[in-house]
Ligand binder design. Structure first.
Ligand code: MG
Length: 159
């Protein structure tokens, strides 16, 4: 049986923070604010996996009120979600995602992000796709106030 899950996340941009997207740190004036490293893409992918597996959402498993997850490396959280999926006897088939960000441009980092996510997901690079979109100057993304990410995960169950 094939199962699909959707994930969405957004984080505010602010000074004095790192900009980490899909486990890759991107140089820039502003970074993402949040309890963990605020890796908006990793969070969307986690929710897509949990959604497909019927395992709730990221806030349930890694609450932002928990000191354990302060400044957490979200790739570590993603690896934990991958373990949960495996424990449920589900196999990840592919993950597709979109990052909606005005600046800096994501294109030069897309392959690095893809490889970092694929490694965490235990997938071939070809099974992970990372797309970049912009806010076209409108909305919170377009005004440079934040970054959003969407992800879709497909899983296969053994029965
Ligand atoms: Mg988040």
């Amino acid at each position: 049986m094939t199962l699909t899950g959707i994930g969405y996340d957004s984080h505010r941009l602010g000074a004095g923070r790192r900009l980490v997207i899909g486990g890759v740190e991107i140089a820039g004036e502003l970074g993402l604010e949040g309890h963990s490293d605020a890796d908006v893409l990793a969070h969307a992918v986690i929710d897509a996996l949990l959604g497909a597996a019927g395992l709730g959402d990221i806030g349930e498993h890694f609450p932002d009120t928990d000191e354990r997850w302060r400044d957490a490396d979200s790739i570590g959280l993603l690896r934990a979600a991958v373990q949960m999926v495996a424990s449920a006897r589900l196999q990840i088939v592919n993950v597709d995602c979109t990052v909606v960000m005005e600046a800096p441009k994501l294109a030069p980092h897309r392959q690095a992000i893809r490889e970092r996510l694929a490694a965490a997901l235990g997938l071939e690079r070809e099974r992970v796709n990372v797309k970049a979109s912009s806010g076209e100057g409108i909305g919170f993304v377009g005004r440079g106030e934040g970054v959003a990410a969407l992800a879709l995960a497909t899983l296969e169950s053994e029965t």
